[in-house]
Write a protein that binds this ligand. Structure first.
Ligand code: AHR
Length: 552
């Protein structure tokens, strides 16, 4: 069944012939599309944690992106880039994951604590990919940004830390000692004294702990069954400390549609008894949209597309790849249900975003850095809408990665800084956090395009809605590269007294921000018509919109 679902998606990606669907709604005469929000059909609370971020010690993410140093000419707060802190406060970042990614399974947390001038320099996991002109700190980790600096960063931006433990190359003892360093009360342990001596008397109270990363690959090359045994060993009897509650462990989960990993892992977990699932807070799912080859190859290097130079077909192909997220969430959830009937375990999508070929970096020496455009903003909007529509399944998500990397919200180099279109989407969507997700039906004509001689199609308008007392937040993307849509919005179960909108869009689908032109693409206010006949709104082509409706 699941395999069939996946094959159906794969067929769609391969350009299956288009079959027209009759619209379930009759449009008002002037409208092209209709949105129906069902106030009395709540789906669950949208966890603020799905608006999370990922900061790996990878090339320019930490050194240059986040950490500039106390003595830097770049304005900073205790060494942390001030402009980043100020921008992040606007998006209410709930949680930040650190130190990796693949880096995490090569990291000894002990290297990053204690007096800064005594910390060792180590070869960074990503060393092999660094260019000779990259800063030394990218290839050889100075460990200047360690646990306390990361927690300081989290506190400055108002986020919770989510630390990823090393399962591949440290024993379980290393893990529970890190927990002790972070969480044991002042004066209680030798590690608490070490923490205090480094300036942090009070515990960090870290609740979220990843147990390895991509354990099927860079995190140890385990089978799902081997990893499940490691997971049990690492998490058995990790002490709890006052003020932090039971720790929330996130198991390393599947890549993409690897249902076998999810099944194999959980099969082994419940072999010890059905209650074993209760000790798992989340199962990590990683999904990158990278293959823009239009079905020609599945080669990781050859299949990638360009970040900024693309045509209309590449535009739609990337969005179709992003749309696969929904079937991954529902597919893995179904497998999880086989072992965890009450769904104690949530999905934690702690790496997501598009991944392009190198070549678009604003800072050429930054490995894996790419320049996000309007296409990535639309991709990010539709991904966040997907998470919002599954609040009972997705407990946390982290966009990969925060700064100077893949789907970054920010780009920075020395004293230059810019908010990318993805950053603006996070600012627009922050309004959903903590709201009650509502069932919302979107009806719009499908988009048709020619995919190398084969007809292909994509949906015409989609989004999500959340209720916050008398305020309704509705976000939507119009994925059409060229066609705006006049939509009628019906709120079932409540009246609407007024509305406001902000739109991120451009007539150029390649629009992006640079250090020189940092405000080329920013959200702009737009008119919402609220009348006796209902609400109407125009969604421009290639747009991400946030609508706020005051309910009567
Ligand atoms: O985000 C870059 C890398 O992608 C991460 O380190 C790894 O987990 C994933 O494969």
């Amino acid at each position: 069944m699941l395999r069939r679902q996946f094959l159906l998606n794969a067929a769609a990606l391969a350009g299956a012939p288009f079959v027209s669907k009759a619209s379930p709604f009759a449009f008002a005469q002037s409208a092209d599309a209709r949105i129906e929000v069902l106030v009395n059909e709540p789906l669950g609370t949208i966890s603020p944690n799905i608006y999370g971020h990922f900061t790996e010690n990878l090339s320019g993410v930490v050194y240059d992106g986040i950490w500039v140093g106390e003595d830097s000419k770049v304005p900073n707060v205790r060494g942390i880039r001030r402009e980043l802190v100020e921008e992040m406060r606007k998006i209410k970042p709930a949680v930040v994951r650190f130190p990796g990614g693949c880096f995490a399974d090569s990291y000894d947390w002990r290297d990053g604590v204690g007096p800064a001038d005594k910390r060792p320099r180590r070869t960074n996991f990503w060393n092999g990919g660094e260019r000779p002109d990259a800063p030394a700190a990218h290839a050889y980790d100075p460990n200047r940004f360690g646990t306390s600096e990361f927690v300081d960063f989290c506190r400055l931006i108002g986020a919770q830390p989510y630390l990823a433990a090393n399962v591949r190359s440290l024993p379980a003892e290393g893990f529970y000692r890190w927990v002790e360093y972070c969480n044991s009360p002042a004066g209680s342990t030798t590690l608490a004294d070490e923490r205090a001596a480094a300036g942090d008397k009070d515990p960090f109270q870290v609740r979220y702990w990843g147990v390895g990363n991509e354990s099927w690959g860079c995190g140890g090359n385990f089978t799902a069954q081997q990893y499940a045994v490691e997971y049990r060993r690492f998490t058995a009897w990790v002490p709890n400390y006052p003020g932090v509650g039971p720790l929330s462990f996130v198991a390393s989960g599947p890549n993409d549609d690897n249902w076998e990993w999810t099944r194999g892992f959980l099969e082994e977990i419940v072999r010890k008894g059905p209650n074993e699932v209760r000790g798992i807070y989340g199962l990590a799912l990683h999904y990158y949209a990278w293959n823009l080859s239009r079905g020609k190859t599945s080669d990781w290097f050859k299949g990638k597309g360009e970040a900024v130079k693309f045509d209309d077909v590449d535009w739609y192909e990337l969005l179709r790849q992003g749309d696969v997220m929904e079937s991954l969430i529902t597919g893995h959830w179904e497998v999880m249900h086989e072992f965890d009937r009450e769904h104690h375990i949530k999905l934690v999508v702690d790496e997501w975003g598009p991944w392009y070929k190198p070549g678009s970096e604003l800072t050429p020496a930054d490995q894996l850095e790419q320049l996000p455009t309007l296409r990535d903003a639309v991709f990010s909007g539709l991904t966040l809408d997907t998470f919002n529509r599954h609040p009972e399944k997705v407990g946390m998500a982290c966009c990969a990665q925060l700064i100077n990397c893949l789907n970054s919200l920010y780009l920075a180099h020395e004293n230059q800084f810019s908010v990318t279109p993805v950053g603006h989407v996070f600012e627009l969507y922050a309004a959903h956090q903590g709201g009650e997700s509502l069932r919302t039906e979107f009806s719009a004509p499908e988009i048709h395009y020619d995919r190398d001689g084969q007809p292909a199609s994509f949906w015409g308008l989609r989004g999500s809605a959340s209720l916050h007392d008398k305020r309704l937040v509705l976000t939507a993307v119009n994925p059409s590269a060229h066609q705006g849509l006049e939509a009628q919005i019906v709120v079932r179960g409540a009246g609407v007294s007024s509305g406001q909108a902000r739109i991120l869009s451009s007539t150029d689908i390649h629009a992006h921000n640079t250090f020189e032109d940092a405000h080329a693409l920013v959200p702009k206010p737009a008119e919402v018509k609220v009348g006796s006949a209902g609400v109407s709104f125009r969604f421009p082509a290639a747009s991400v919109t946030q609508l706020t409706l005051a309910l009567a």
